[in-house]
Write a protein that binds this ligand. Structure first.
Ligand code: HPA
Length: 271
């Protein structure tokens, strides 16, 4: 990755009308309904944006959409890139750097995740308070990282406390139940064994998924305030583990998304 490549990606989008977005939004697996609520949308397919990685997973439609939600200019990633698709850490976080360069001041991230904390149920939303990186690498481990920011990025408070508080207040006000906890990221794409779910619980994880952490690390690198939520799609009880059903995961994500959209819109109005 070079600054010149980044500038070309941004130039392409600006020429298409992506004009000074304030908020960047990353939509996770099964979470796409928010896109229907974007006013005056301009769409750029990932495979048309110079230097963007090519989209692969079939249930991700792979586009960047610019427009307005709640009177805020937004840029929404419908579908993200995952390590399990064969991309590297630099690829999967490239869009975050592009959105930052376009001018976003805040980043909202969402994902579908399994509930490790068995007090949480599928269909719950968990506000991520902290994370554990179990993906075996970093999006900041590259030679010319210093051109893009500092190398030794502080991670003492990776999720913006102010936006977290605003989401919590909004949820309380509207009577939307909201869990809070620690998200652990794994590479996937295979799901976890019973022994791995036990390990994740012992490590202190409340939810597990295959994304988000690299994007959040890069947001911190860019000093871009970030908030993230997990839509909990399955309960990872090692003593009563049923075979995973990816269609069910997507269905639960779909059913739960309206609640997530409410939270994101509430936050947009509060910032
Ligand atoms: N494990 C990992 N990723 C997931 C899960 C899970 O149980 N559910 C949804 N994404």
């Amino acid at each position: 990755m070079t600054k010149k490549q980044l500038a070309e990606s941004v130039d392409y989008l600006e020429k298409r009308g992506f004009d000074a977005p304030e908020i960047g939004i990353v939509l996770g697996t099964g979470l796409g309904q928010l896109v229907d609520q974007i006013e005056d949308p301009i769409t750029a397919h990932y495979n048309h944006i110079p230097y963007f990685p090519l989209a692969t997973v079939e249930f991700h439609t792979g586009k960047l959409i610019y427009g307005t939600i709640e009177a805020k200019k937004v840029v929404v990633m419908q579908g993200r890139f995952h390590l399990y698709e064969g991309y590297d850490f630099i690829d999967i976080t490239y869009p975050i750097r592009v959105m930052h360069q376009l001018g976003i001041k805040k980043l909202f991230v969402s994902n579908a995740a399994g509930a490790i904390n068995l007090n949480f149920k599928k269909g719950d939303i968990m506000l991520i308070e902290d994370h554990i990186n179990l993906q075996g690498g970093s999006p900041l481990a590259f030679k010319n990282v210093a051109e893009f920011g500092e190398r030794f990025v502080d991670m003492s408070e990776p999720y913006d406390p102010d936006m977290r508080q605003k989401i919590e207040l909004f949820a309380k006000d509207r009577g939307i139940s909201l869990q809070k906890g620690v998200y652990a990221s794994v590479v996937g794409p295979q799901l976890e064994t019973k022994a791995e779910y036990r390990m994740l619980k012992t490590l202190g994880a409340d939810a597990v998924g295959m994304s988000t952490v690299p994007e959040v690390i890069v947001a911190n690198h860019l000093k871009l305030p970030v908030v993230a939520v997990s839509v909990l799609t399955d309960e990872c009880d090692p003593d009563n583990l049923k075979p995973i059903d990816i269609q069910e995961i997507i269905a639960i994500a779909n059913e739960t998304e309206p609640k997530m959209i409410q939270l994101f819109k509430g936050l947009m109005n509060a910032i």
